[in-house]
Design a protein. Structure first.
Lengths: 365, 258
């Protein structure tokens, strides 16, 4: 197929391929990765299309090597992406922690699969804690974007690069195996629409007459290390204040609000339709940024609600953030599936009906 | 001829290169790291490539290399210097990129990266400081620790049944097609230092050819970890380290052609 990437273009693509094509269009300058299902199409697509682009695409010997290549390339000022699925992301954690401390921007993509362990290759949201609470060592955060469509798999590449460079902090797209594998129609953004930013801190060779640049995460004096931490925390507060994104459907008159991210938010839309047909006033709040989390909006809604139901493909991870936001102002329930199973709209509806009628229901099956 | 300036009435005949900073080094007295730093930076200065050189030093005694080397530097995770250097070189192919790693870093935790970087023939210069111990963490056993050698984690001497054999990773790397120039040098005598300097010059010169990885092992000492005076450590190095790690070229460009 002939492509002119200078214009936006309507295509039907797999989520993984849409993300890969978007990365080229977003001006990615280097990609390092290692194959793992269900996201290998990302590196396969990039390898195939690389000759058309001015971009390094390299298959590393492991995710450990790959993330440290990202460290080097990002430190040298390049716009860099890395992708993997859950076990591979676990291997990257040391490198990611180093990057947050050295304040290096990059985009990390996790197309999650069910765990723990080698687990399954089916979709999951089991890495929410890992993505939003740090995951590696030390007090750090990633900017986490949760797409819910193939369109967003592409759009969030732009947004992820932009935010990571704005804040000099790694950003993560937290997708899942279903989003990576499913095909949908999307509009690809035009190439060149994301300008490069100045990176005077990058190690590109010491300019004559100026100080050398040092990329490091080592601050051996505790006083200095504390200052670095205070600076990072200030940055995270600013991100929390300025970058929260979420979507709402039907919350205005809702008695029960479903809180769900990614693919599950789309399943909940079907549930909402079914529930409304039965006369239940159900709405949806879909966090788009998982860090920063839309805590304030949830806190505003809570006092007006009969209940909140958090729906996830895990054992109840975002649930903790919802409860922290609600602070007891309304009951918070959980409905989930685990291990690569996707909840059906009907089983979420069953839970909603039980909650409305104050009956017991099966939390997770 | 340029007339050397006078300092306090003395003629200045030897000074540090501009590529070393004013920061006093933290290395133990007699440690080889400081000498290698100096020689490396002398070459960068003499070749006039200070503005085109980017170095990577990971965790190890030389983790503060960026305090001393007056070039753009990155501090990498333990074992991953060559991976970070790969990332730099791939996006800035016309720069001179070097990694500077200890034996624990390069030949234990970072072995996979080491082998694959050389196997891909990344156009970087890898410096490998082999002092047969983990200097930074207090003298534990390294993959290069000699059999019978006492360290804090081989208190009765390294025994192969428990801890395997000294790993001659440089010999292994010389077998890889991606390696362009592989040599083993030392810094225990003035003559050895001069040879090392020549090797580093070649390592940087070859980098412009883009023909593969240049790898220089430096058999070095760790007076603190070995619990010896600097003089004794150099003597011990000569008598014990060099028979296991003999000096000289393992692969030169002429032979690389075969
Ligand atoms: C992941 C990780 N594991 C362990 C350490 C602790 N550590 C720091 S340096 C080092 C060994 C350094 O030895 P070597 O590479 O030989 O360098 P030397 O200090 O001898 O020059 C170790 C184990 C670390 N920093 N990171
Ligand atoms: S501990 Fe050993 S390697 Fe480290 S500075 Fe001291 S002598 Fe050198
Ligand atoms: Mg050592």
């Amino acid at each position: 197929m002939s492509t002119n990437d200078e214009i936006s273009e309507v295509r039907i693509m797999k989520g993984n391929e849409a993300l890969a094509e978007a990365a080229f269009r977003a001006g990615m300058q280097a990609y390092f990765g290692y194959p793992i299902t269900p996201q290998s199409e990302v590196i396969e697509y990039l390898m195939k299309e690389q000759p058309k682009h001015d971009c390094v695409v390299l298959q590393a010997e492991s995710e450990v090597a790959a993330i440290n290549m990202v460290f080097g390339a990002a430190g040298a000022g390049a716009r860099v992406m890395i992708s993997s699925s859950s076990p591979g992301i676990s291997l990257m954690m040391e490198g990611i922690s180093y990057m947050t401390s050295a304040e290096l921007p990059c985009l990390i993509v996790n197309v999650q699969r069910g765990g723990p362990g080698l687990g399954t290759i089916q979709p999951s949201q089991g890495d929410y804690f890992q993505a939003t609470k740090g995951g590696g060592h030390g007090d750090y955060r990633l900017i986490v974007l949760a797409p819910a469509s193939v369109q967003e798999m592409a759009d969030f590449v732009f947004e992820g690069f932009r935010l990571s460079e704005k804040y000099r902090n790694p950003a993560m797209i937290l997708a899942d195996g279903a989003l990576g594998q499913m095909m949908e129609k999307l509009t690809l953004p035009p190439a060149g629409s994301l300008p490069y930013v100045d990176k005077p801190w990058a190690t590109t060779g010491k300019p004559a007459g100026k100080d050398r640049r040092i990329i490091t995460s080592l601050f051996i004096q505790p006083e200095k290390m504390e200052q670095v931490n205070l600076h990072l925390q200030e940055k995270y507060r600013q991100i929390q204040a300025e970058e929260v994104r979420f979507e709402e459907y039907g919350v205005e008159d809702a008695d029960i609000v479903l809180v769900a991210f990614g693919l599950v938010a789309r399943i909940c839309q079907k549930t909402m339709q079914l529930a409304r047909k039965k006369g239940l006033r159900v709405g949806i709040l879909r966090p788009i940024t998982l860090f920063p989390f839309p805590s304030q909006r949830i806190a505003e809604l809570a006092p007006k609600l009969e209940a909140i139901v958090t729906v996830e493909m895990n054992a109840g991870q975002m649930l903790e953030d919802v409860r922290l936001a609600v602070e007891g102002r309304c009951p918070v329930h959980f409905k989930g599936r685990m291990g690569g199973m996707i909840p059906s709209p009907d089983e979420v509806l069953e839970a909603v009906e039980a909650i409305a009628e104050k009956r017991n229901f099966e939390l997770s099956r | 001829m340029e007339i050397p300036p006078l300092t306090n009435g003395f003629e200045l005949v030897y000074k540090k290169p501009r590529t070393l900073t004013e920061t006093p080094m933290h290395y133990c007295p007699g440690c080889g790291h400081g000498v290698v730093h100096r020689v490396l930076m002398e070459v960068v200065d003499e070749m006039g490539i200070q503005d085109k050189t980017i170095g990577v030093a990971p965790v190890g005694c030389s983790v503060f290399a960026y305090d001393y080397m007056n070039v753009d530097m990155q501090e990498a995770a333990h074992g991953r210097a060559s991976a970070a250097a790969t990332g730099i070189k791939r996006v800035l192919p016309d720069r001179f990129v070097f990694s500077y790693q200890g034996d624990g870093d390069l030949a234990a935790i970072g072995t996979a990266e080491t082998i694959h970087v050389v196997n891909r023939g990344e156009n970087i210069l890898m410096l490998f400081i082999n002092n047969a111990v983990y200097g930074m963490t207090g003298g534990q056993m390294a993959p290069t620790t000699l059999l019978g050698m006492k360290t804090t984690t081989s208190p009765f001497g390294r025994e192969s049944g428990l801890a395997g054999h000294p790993l001659k990773i440089t010999n292994l790397l010389a077998q890889l097609p991606g390696a362009y120039y592989v040599t083993r040098q030392a810094v225990h005598t003035a003559a050895a230092v001069r040879k090392l300097k020549k090797a580093i010059q070649l390592g940087f010169q070859y980098q412009s050819l883009k023909k593969g990885t240049c790898f220089i092992e430096v058999v070095s000492n760790c007076p603190s970890g070995w619990k010896m005076t600097p003089t004794d450590s150099n003597k011990w190095l000569e008598e014990n380290m060099l028979p296991m790690y003999p000096l000289g070229d393992l692969k030169t460009p002429a032979r690389s052609m075969n």
